[in-house]
Ligand binder design. Structure first.
Ligand code: ATP
Length: 200
């Protein structure tokens, strides 16, 4: 039986790093960040909906979505954020389930769905999505998240701190974890931990 894992964690915690390690083990990865971009590609139903709701000034001159502008619009506007989610979430879910069904045909032992904002999306609901068997949370201390994310993005610490404050708290995220992947050490330690998790 295939086990479907939802992989999540805060900004800079190491989700991509963990996904890359899992990919090397030939585990299929469904990346909802990639899907979130695909559903608003030029010519898509999603983009048409976004433009209908928010206006054509959210388009770049080449017809693609101006993400930076839209991100700043929803950053401090909870209602706009909700409306955007109402448009995008069903489309992202539909594509995720399509990929999941396709991968299941290959009968792999695991399929991983990387969902960065999983906890933010399920915390007000009574149940988690039925297609998820386990939640794996990538975790490290906040200071480590700030250091790693600011170094990677060449962005300042304050911005990362603001994003962390908007995300689910570490404690809340951990309360949903079926497994915690502790990413407070070296890459080697991380790899060994994942290996153990997969052979358990
Ligand atoms: P985001 O939510 O911002 O997309 P993420 O959770 O996917 O971030 P990564 O991109 O995997 O996090 O990691 C953030 C940065 O920290 C990257 O530059 C990555 O190479 C580095 N990093 C992650 N884990 C480790 C580790 N154990 N040792 C050293 N560097 C690490």
């Amino acid at each position: 039986m295939t086990k479907v894992i939802a992989l999540t964690g805060g900004i800079g915690s190491g989700k991509t790093t963990v996904s890359d390690i899992l990919k090397k083990q030939h585990i299929p990865i469904i990346d909802t960040d990639i899907i979130a971009r695909q559903v608003v590609e030029p010519g898509s139903f999603g983009l048409t909906q976004v433009v209908e709701r928010f206006g054509s000034h959210y388009l770049n001159t080449d017809g693609s979505l101006n993400r930076t502008l839209l991100r700043s619009k929803i950053f401090n506007n909870a209602e706009a954020k909700k409306e955007l989610e109402r448009i995008l979430h069903p489309l992202i879910q539909e594509e995720t389930l399509k990929q999941l069904e396709n991968y299941k045909q290959q009968l792999p032992p695991y399929i991983v769905i990387a969902i960065p904002l999983l906890i933010e999306n399920i915390k007000n609901k009574t149940t988690r999505p039925g297609y998820i068997d386990e939640i794996w949370v990538v975790d490290c201390p906040e200071e480590q998240q700030i250091k790693r994310a600011s170094k990677r993005d060449q962005s300042n610490r304050d911005l990362i701190k603001k994003i962390i404050a908007q995300q689910a708290s570490r404690k809340e995220r951990l309360s949903y974890a079926d497994h915690v992947i502790n990413n407070n050490g070296s890459l080697k330690v991380l790899e060994n931990q994942i290996q153990t998790l997969l052979t358990d």
